[in-house]
Design a protein around this ligand. Structure first.
Ligand SMILES: Nc1ncnc2c1ncn2[C@@H]1O[C@H](COP(=O)(O)OP(=O)(O)OP(=O)(O)O)[C@@H](O)[C@H]1O
Ligand SMILES: [Mg+2]
Length: 274
């Protein structure tokens, strides 16, 4: 197996304690939450691994740790064999790894600066990672990115608010692609979109995966979406991975009670599988 990312016994503990003075006065103990508890999985290069599970089960926490936005309390994230959270990495090495990892969020507003034209939004990562020699090459790359996600070169002059929700999500995808990543974490990327637009964006993500050989970690509540997108699925409950299996197998014959419950409560999937 050609493994791109391996997550080993990942653990994240959040400190939910009140400020120390309040604790002192009211004699309250410290409080912690183990939001991610001993989670391990790996993703093959060019494939999609989906994480499903109820709200608060730790999906986004795992997502943020796999791209280096959050530091695990324990455990490791290996990207092509390199430990992403290794403090001994030089700044250059760290930057090189980070360039390969990107994230697409549910709300495009999280990643699109409303005061910038789309051209500048897409050019920023190209500049930060010094991916081109001069301004002409930068503009050419921006045009290429826009076309790759089904928009047109002239859209570079417009502002994010001038686009529809689906188009804005295409811009976020173009921005994620700008640094030439190998791995993209999609955290509920289509949950805020209409069903028809959702299908178009999912198709775009699949096509980009085929064309660019991208590896995805895909997070969603929607089991119908998982079935279309994922090669393999991990089911998360209260921070723990309760089951992991190839997509069809998991949906056809779920092993844990929790997975069975998730599938029963997704009527369309259940019918399609029976
Ligand atoms: N920065 C934080 N500080 C403290 N607790 C946090 C923090 N971020 C998340 N949590 C808690 O950790 C748990 C897991 O949160 P997380 O956002 O990973 O869940 P999720 O599975 O992505 O949920 P959703 O489906 O609602 O997006 C939740 O109980 C949440 O309240
Ligand atoms: Mg989340």
């Amino acid at each position: 197996m050609d493994e791109f990312i391996r997550v080993e016994q990942l653990h994240k503990r959040y400190d939910l304690s009140e400020p120390w003075l309040a604790r002192l006065i009211y004699r309250r103990p410290k409080r912690f939450l183990d939001a991610v508890d001993d989670v391990s999985f790996s993703i093959e290069r060019g494939k999609t691994f989906a994480l499903v599970g109820e709200s608060g089960s730790g999906k986004s926490t795992i997502a943020r740790m796999t791209v280096g936005l959050l530091t695990p309390t324990r455990g490791r994230v290996l990207i092509d064999g390199h430990d992403l959270h290794d403090e001994h990495l030089s700044q250059v090495e760290h930057r090189r790894i980070r360039q390969r990892l990107q994230m697409v969020f549910q709300s495009p507003y999280a990643s699109l600066n409303p005061r910038w034209r789309v051209g500048s939004i897409l050019a920023e990562p190209i500049r930060v990672f010094r991916l081109v020699e001069n301004r002409d090459a930068e503009q050419a790359r921006v045009r290429e990115l826009l076309e790759q996600v089904g928009l047109s070169a002239s859209d570079a002059k417009r502002y994010p608010h001038e686009f529809s929700g689906g188009q804005r999500q295409r811009i976020s995808i173009a921005r994620a692609l700008a640094s030439k990543p190998d791995f993209i974490v999609c955290d509920e990327p289509t949950s805020a979109l209409d069903v028809s637009v959702q299908a178009q964006v999912l198709n775009l993500l699949k096509q980009l995966q085929r064309d660019l050989g991208l590896t995805y970690l895909f997070i969603t509540h929607n089991l119908a979406v998982v079935r279309v997108m994922a090669h393999r699925i991990g089911v998360l409950k209260s921070g723990k991975l309760v089951e992991e299996q190839d997509t069809e197998k998991l949906i056809e014959s779920p092993q844990s009670d929790y997975t069975q419950m998730l599938i029963r409560s997704a009527p369309r999937i259940h019918r399609a599988a029976s």
